[in-house]
Design a protein around this ligand. Structure first.
Ligand code: FAD
Length: 477
């Protein structure tokens, strides 16, 4: 097995970067499902990495906290369904029944995806029906209490939730964090580094600075090799693409696929992009916070993606990375906001990464600074004294993700799922080319758990699925 990675750092969104000796995550703030017996725990055990991860369990009283403009009250998501229910009932005593129904629905929808629970069985629910249930509508049907509705959708930045988001996406994501939430101490890149070690131990090879730009086919039907940017070719029996399906089509060539498939894939909308400010704090000024804060300066959490530019930023997610040097104080914080990718169209042709230095125009840098100041102002309005503690700050834009991850628009989580046409946004790992398969965030589900499950779904096309799942489930405890 050989893995071809175009960057000089492996891991994609698991990459970290360091500024002023502070390590920041680029695309992973926390992960779920890592308690003994939970799905990601079993998968990471099977991968051989679980026992070597340096993790911190987030605050069980409230690992995610939600706050709205003009309200002192902070709503806490408790860890475990009992604590989750108990906290919400304490805040909304009149809504016991709605909260109970909501928890039951989350569990019911997770149950509809056997692979999510690593169960070796065919689903007993109609997928057509499941994919069409809308998250916002279902939550609204449970309660008339607008604040509770917003609190239940309050972490929808985790999947870039919109009015179109299917409930299954909400359920699969929210459930994993309710089960158990964890931060990677000193960054998420440890997952990629440990995976690299295991892959090499099992005879696999990882080649960095190896961008796939084309393919070769000897019979016009199967692929025989991929072509790298520097002209090298790498032969293979089977090929798995972790790129966005649109880019996979471009690299492989449209002629290999049915026109209808090309049109469908190319017509799909991606999730919104992000603008993240990473601040470095003055030494020992900002206490480490073992939870994430989701803030909204408007009600209606499902409308945030279609924000009015004059009012941006409308919401943010604030998280402090955990570091091994000092458990009491943190070195920095990351503040993530939605950002429409098209606002960066004027500079789309520019390119800049650490490995391949380039120039971004001055008006881009000015716009970036303007956005950064708006975010810092908003955070300061919620956290008194915040700005005085900031030593320096850096920002990532949709173009940062475009350049580091190789997407066309720097989207957060790949293809946007749509409850109006569930099957259209559900991508099959098999392609028309018998020896080309797809994997990653666009297959099934995004996120670290999502792509781990996608890898199993893809592998099940190549090896015995029953045997694979049986082996993973051996790591139950
Ligand atoms: C800002 C942000 C915050 C997030 N927060 C969280 C979080 O807190 N928890 C969580 O679980 N998930 C989070 N996610 C989602 C999660 O990071 C992603 O869903 C997941 O990492 C995607 O993994 P992937 O395997 O699809 O590939 P990616 O991580 O997208 O990586 C793709 C890889 O393919 C390489 N590549 C692309 N084109 C080529 C080519 N032509 N040749 C060779 N290599 C190529 C890229 O360089 C990259 O390394 C976040 C994402 C973002 C953007």
């Amino acid at each position: 097995m050989i893995i071809l990675e175009r960057n000089h750092q492996i891991g994609g969104n698991l990459q970290v970067f360091s500024r002023d000796k502070t390590v920041f995550d680029t695309g992973v703030h926390y992960i779920g499902g890592l308690d003994k017996g939970q799905n990601l725990y079993k998968i990471f055990k099977y991968f051989g990495i679980m026992d070597h991860l340096n993790l911190i369990r987030m605050d069980e009283e409230g690992f995610d906290r939600i706050n709205f403009l003009g309200e002192e009250k902070v709503y806490k998501y408790g860890m475990g369904y009992d604590k989750f229910y108990e906290n919400l009932v304490a805040d909304f005593p009149e809504e016991k029944e709605a909260i109970r129904k909501y928890c039951d629905l989350i569990l019911n929808f997770c149950d509809r995806f056997p692979m999510y629970q690593l169960r070796d069985e065919v689903g007993k629910y109609s997928m057509d029906e499941t994919l069409l249930v809308n998250a916002k509508e279902l939550i609204e049907s449970l309660t008339d209490n607008e604040r509770l509705r917003d609190v239940l959708g309050g972490t929808n930045a985790l999947y870039a939730g919109t009015e179109k988001t299917p409930f299954y996406v909400h359920a699969l994501v929210v459930n994993t964090y309710i089960e158990s939430s964890w931060r990677c101490v000193d960054g998420g890149s440890q997952i990629a580094i440990l995976m690299q070690k295991e892959i090499r131990k099992h005879g696999g090879e990882i080649v960095k600075r190896a961008e796939v730009v084309g393919v070769e086919s000897e019979d016009g039907k199967n692929l025989s090799a991929v072509v790298l940017r520097d002209g090298r070719t790498v032969k293979g029996k089977n090929f798995i693409s972790n790129m966005h399906p649109k880019q996979t089509i471009d690299v492989v060539g449209e002629k290999f696929f049915r026109k209808a498939y090309v049109n469908r894939i190319k017509g799909l909308k991606n999730t919104i992009s992000s603008f993240t400010v990473h601040v470095v704090f003055k030494k020992k000024t900002f206490k480490y916070i073992n939870h994430n804060l989701y803030y909204f300066n408007e009600t209606g959490v499902w409308d945030m993606v279609d924000y009015d530019e004059a009012q941006w930023p409308m919401n943010f997610m604030f998280s402090t990375p955990a570091n091994s040097k000092d458990p009491e104080y943190c070195d920095g914080a990351s503040i993530m906001c939605y950002m429409k990718s098209e606002l960066f169209d004027p500079w789309r042709d520019s390119f800049n990464t650490i490995a391949e230095k380039g120039q971004r125009p001055q008006d881009y840098l000015d716009f970036k600074e303007e956005c950064t100041q708006k975010i810092l102002d908003l955070v300061a309005s919620k956290i008194p004294g915040f700005k005085d503690k900031v030593e320096s700050y850096y920002a990532s834009t949709p173009l940062t993700f475009k350049d580091y991850i190789n997407t066309d628009d720097g989207h957060l989580y790949g293809i946007e799922k749509d409850s109006n046409d569930g099957l259209k946004t559900f991508i099959n790992p098999k392609t028309r080319i018998p020896n080309l398969f797809l994997t990653g965030a666009n297959i099934n589900l995004h996120g670290i758990l999502g792509v781990s499950i996608s890898s199993i779904v893809t592998c099940a096309e190549l090896i015995d699925r029953h045997e694979l799942l049986a082996k993973i489930n051996e790591f139950g405890e």
